[in-house]
Design a protein. Structure first.
Length: 109
């Protein structure tokens, strides 16, 4: 699985324009083959910061997405409206749920 996180610092003057540009595109991104999710979140602890999180089934699906018009428009909007743009791409090799937390927190003899 590929997870991308993009931290967006945007001035209040540009915030509305950024959201109006990105949100309609995310609907189309979610329809791309291999897209598990694509969401824009607001950081409640840091006004003016949003986080774009996308999950992809495979590296190939993500690579295909990078070639799309939607990706180009999103990255263009980020580069113009956000200061500074911060894009991080992370590869998840292991995913666990609450059972892993319980196992870790349970004392072993």
């Amino acid at each position: 699985m590929i997870v991308t996180t993009t931290r967006l610092k945007v001035a209040s003057l540009n915030r509305r324009q950024l959201i109006q540009t990105i949100l309609p595109l995310l609907r189309r991104v979610r329809d791309e083959r291999g897209c598990l999710s694509s969401h824009l979140y607001e950081d409640v602890g840091d006004e003016g910061t949003s986080i774009l999180v996308e999950e992809w089934e495979t590296q190939a699906a993500w690579n295909n997405h990078l070639q799309t018009k939607e990706c180009a428009i999103i990255m263009g909007a980020i580069s113009v409206l956000c200061n500074p743009p911060n894009v991080e791409f992370k590869l998840l090799e292991y995913l666990a749920g609450m059972e892993a937390l319980r196992e870790f927190r349970t004392p072993h003899e």
